[in-house]
Design a protein. Structure first.
Length: 217
């Protein structure tokens, strides 16, 4: 019926407007220091506990280039994944185009079914602003192991910390700290889905920044 159709149309328009209001425009966004002047995904901070060092952030939808790796060690996953993605931005794409490096390197960990099973690691680079919507996307990868994907707008609980954090023994205490905080404050998140964001190359010795993230429901 016409009236029902109009109501649904109005609801859809309002929903789209709400999404647009949340989304950050990269051209007007003030990047945090740890992006080190590289393009990085825009976000809004909706809640912050400075004492705990934890923020709730709303990230805009965005385009990423990703690769998957299955194994046990996150440092092995990051090494393999970084090399594949670096080859892509260095010209291993359909236009042989060199694409600017961005920040962070994002690693999502999807645990295996048991304690001794291999996990799936999804390693990703953020696509530069010049290729984010509404602009044309970057060229397709030439490797079957690398792919472009869109991540929807999502809300994350984020705990950031300095130093080198490339192995499970460095990361796990920070994940446990974030998980305990969420439980204590009754913040619901997607279980068993860890996300690590590393903002620095291995040769940077000072002013390093890492983040562990949980997707908030």
């Amino acid at each position: 019926d016409y009236r029902l159709t109009m109501m649904r149309t109005v609801a859809l328009v309002l929903a789209l407007c709400a999404v647009a209001a949340v989304a950050q425009d990269p051209s007007t966004w003030s990047k945090p220091w740890f992006c080190h002047r590289l393009d990085c995904p825009p976000y809004n901070v909706t809640a912050s506990n400075e004492t705990a060092g934890i923020e709730i952030r709303e990230y805009s939808a965005g385009l990423w280039v990703s690769t998957n790796w299955t194994g046990v060690r996150i440092d092995d996953a990051d090494n393999v994944g970084f090399n594949r993605l670096f080859e892509y931005i260095s010209g291993a794409n359909e236009q042989k185009m060199k694409i600017d490096m961005t920040s962070p390197v994002r690693t999502e960990v999807i645990p295996g079914a048991g304690p001794f099973c291999e996990s799936t690691f999804v390693i990703s680079f953020y696509v530069p602003y010049a290729f984010q919507a509404p602009n044309a996307p970057p060229p397709q990868p030439t490797s079957d192991l690398v792919y472009l994907r869109s991540l929807p707008a999502l809300k994350y609980a984020v705990y950031g910390f300095p130093g080198f954090a490339m192995t499970w023994d460095k990361l796990l205490p920070n994940f446990l700290y974030l998980d305990d905080y969420l439980l204590e404050h009754n913040i619901k998140s997607i279980p068993n889905r860890q996300v690590v964001a590393g903002y620095d190359p291995p040769f940077r010795l000072r002013n390093r920044w890492n983040e562990v993230n949980a997707i908030v429901l």
